[in-house]
Design a protein around this ligand. Structure first.
Ligand code: 5FU
Length: 261
């Protein structure tokens, strides 16, 4: 399945979801479809990375529960950087429990994710009730849900019929669900959904714990997803800023080639 519609055109189709629309517009304006996974374990390291690469990316993806000195000041500073460099903040929390529990996990506790995150990941394994638990808060705050339709890791059970059911669940909840985490363009999927793909690196094909990597051009051109998510390939390099620029250029060229095919 290919997409020959531009991000600009898809932003117009995405009236049903504010955050999808915002991300499509930002990609068109910034000419970037790069997201970086900032999986560093101190406030200072994450903020330093975000400031260094902010101009190259459209999304900064966090796992706030791995930051040893997390506090509210971290969020304040990250927000300031997101405004300075114009990127969106994506907390990859992978909510998966019953609706009532997820509601607390999203809004309360140490992290109060609902107060600062522009988008969050949600597993469909518990059924559609999980989406209902976000509904009020997500619509009010204009946050987008990204459903896990496929995973990058070896032996993932998010495949086949499960993936198709996730697409159906998302279609029933277009106001809340902005798109998918996946490894390829999904069949039966309206074009207003955004597709984001982790497991992207130029120098490695796997790690030792089941992660599998594809190259940015393969993902965007051959697999036709929209946003590449790169972690270690960028933050572990000698010069994250120039490495981010390299991934950004490859991913954007690949998108333009896909459009012209
Ligand atoms: F949903 C997924 C998935 O299927 N694979 C992933 O790798 C999420 N991820 C995240 O993307 C993972 O939690 C890391 O934060 C990031 C990939 O980091 P890497 O260093 O590029 O492997």
């Amino acid at each position: 399945v290919k997409s020959h519609l531009s991000f600009q055109e898809r932003s117009q189709l995405a009236n049903c979801n504010k955050m999808a629309q915002k991300l499509f517009r930002l990609m068109s304006e910034k000419k970037s479809n790069l997201a970086v996974a900032a999986d560093l374990t101190t406030k200072a390291e994450v903020l330093k990375l975000a400031d260094a690469i902010g101009s190259e990316i459209v999304v900064l993806k966090t796992h706030v529960d791995i930051i040893s000195d997390y506090d509210e000041d971290f969020v304040k500073q990250l927000k300031a950087l997101s405004e300075k460099h114009k990127f969106l903040i994506f907390e990859d929390r992978k909510f998966a429990d019953i609706g009532n529990t997820v509601k607390y996990q999203y809004q309360s506790g140490v992290y109060k994710i609902s107060e600062w995150s522009d988008m969050v990941t949600v597993h469909a394994v518990a059924g559609p009730g999980i989406i209902d638990s976000f509904k009020d808060s997500v619509l009010q705050k204009e946050c987008g849900l990204l459903m896990l339709a496929q995973m990058s890791s070896k032996g993932s059970l998010c495949v086949g019929e499960y993936t198709q059911q996730v697409v159906e669940m998302a279609k029933q909840n277009q106001d809340c669900v902005m798109g998918f985490i996946c490894q390829e363009r999904l069949s039966n999927m309206p074009e207003h959904f955004v597709l984001m793909t982790p497991g992207v690196q130029l120098n490695n094909t796997a790690d030792t714990l089941g992660q599998q990597y594809n190259t940015p051009d393969y993902i965007v051109q051959e697999k036709s997803t929209d946003v590449i998510i790169v972690g270690r390939g960028i933050y572990q390099s000698q010069d994250p800023k120039s490495e981010a620029h390299k991934y950004r250029t490859i991913a954007w060229d690949s998108y333009e080639k896909r459009l012209s095919k």
